[in-house]
Design a protein around this ligand. Structure first.
Ligand SMILES: *Cc1c(COP(=O)(O)O)cnc(C)c1O
Length: 357
């Protein structure tokens, strides 16, 4: 008999989150961190200034209702504020959502490989993961995902663009999928990289959420808006689902500096989206260079490129390290390389040449 306090059994089963490593310093070589899909640009002066000013109020609790941020998002997205829920990053929204909707033994369907926080969040909630393999070109197999829905399914997670492989689903594919998923199942459309998408028939997440009472769209200020360190993301859903998300949110979770920086970022959106355009141009250049070097890589709609290296993933990561770039390997599967500083990208293409498959 054990006498020490014991967490629920699922806690011991939680897989570890492996964060992207910082670069190893090398004498005479500037190193670049291309392992966490971060925005390489420093904050815009206006956003930084607003956040610094807000820091002077650190003795006060933040606005728990994040009212000013909801107002700014409502204006920007054209949805009423009762359709919004903010949290400490969209990762937190996904954790909170799964905990709110799943009982032990309930199933959560998602593609695999996909965002590594999903299996963690599912296990935290005490639910059961049902993983549906991606297609050979790194895409969601939405038909197979619809087939995987059972009476036990509470939530389906659709990651578009898919981290770490890169492709997005189209609106037509999503519509077909939604027509097949029973209306009591929550469908999360994780649009963490939506600002980087440049394709025909892109998903309109907000319109989709407005049209379907069982859809939740999650977005973040971490990637395109460059606020990863401040932890702020949001969901768009019809009022009952949005209210459930707000009800389970951590009290005072989103800090005052984060709220202020997010609002300032929406105000500075033109300048920020110009940077996104530059990152997209770099992404497309890197993708072309990697393919020209002989690698068959999937479409890249986020701020990263996927090398389907299989058993050679760790070998590739070591070769990248030699070149002064730190990438994110997934052992036995592949390597994700973030689009970062322009100076780093010739090295990514050189990595592709050195390791061509
Ligand atoms: C980065 C990322 C997120 C969001 O992260 P937060 O910083 O928690 O907002 C969500 N989903 C995917 C697929 C991501 O890659």
């Amino acid at each position: 008999m054990t006498t020490s306090p014991q967490p629920r059994a699922n806690v011991a089963a939680i897989p570890a989150y492996v964060p992207g490593r910082p670069p190893t310093p090398r004498p005479g070589l500037t190193s670049y961190k291309l392992s966490s899909n971060e925005n390489p640009y420093p904050p815009l002066p206006g956003v930084l200034g607003a956040a610094v000013e807000a820091a002077a109020e650190m003795n006060r609790y933040p606005d728990m209702g994040t009212a000013a941020l909801y107002e700014a998002l409502s204006q920007r997205l054209g949805v009423p504020t009762d359709h919004l829920a903010a949290a400490t990053g969209s990762v937190a929204l996904i954790y909170q959502l799964l905990s709110a909707f799943c009982d032990p033994g309930d199933e959560v369907v998602y593609a695999w490989r996909s965002f590594e926080a999903y299996p963690i969040a599912v296990t935290v909630a005490g639910a059961t993961s049902v993983r549906v393999p991606l297609t050979a070109d790194g895409r969601h197999d939405l038909a197979a995902m619809a087939d995987a829905v059972t009476e036990r399914t509470k939530v389906v997670l659709v990651c578009t663009p898919n981290n770490p492989t890169g492709p997005s689903v189209t609106q037509a594919e999503l519509d077909d999928f939604l027509a097949r998923v029973p209306s009591h199942v929550v469908v999360v459309v994780d649009e963490a990289y939506v600002e980087f998408v440049r394709m025909a028939d892109p998903v309109d997440g907000v319109a989709t959420a407005l049209a379907h009472p069982h859809v939740i769209v999650t977005r973040t200020f971490s990637k395109a808006y460059g606020l990863a360190g401040f932890r702020v993301g949001y969901a768009v859903a019809q009022p009952p689902l949005a209210a459930a998300l707000r009800a389970v949110s951590l009290p005072f979770g989103v800090s005052h500096v984060a709220q202020v920086a997010a609002i300032a970022s929406l105000a500075a959106e033109d300048a920020l989206l110009e940077r996104v355009d530059a990152l997209v141009a770099e992404r497309d250049r890197v993708l072309a260079g990697v393919r020209e070097a002989g690698w068959e890589v999937p479409d890249a709609q986020g701020n990263f490129v996927w090398f389907p290296a299989g058993d050679r993933a760790l070998e590739l990561a070591a070769a990248a390290e030699e070149l002064g770039i730190t990438v994110r390997p997934f052992a036995g599967d592949g390597v994700r390389v973030s689009i970062g500083e322009t100076e780093a990208h010739e090295r990514v293409i050189e990595l592709a040449r050195r390791t061509r498959s």
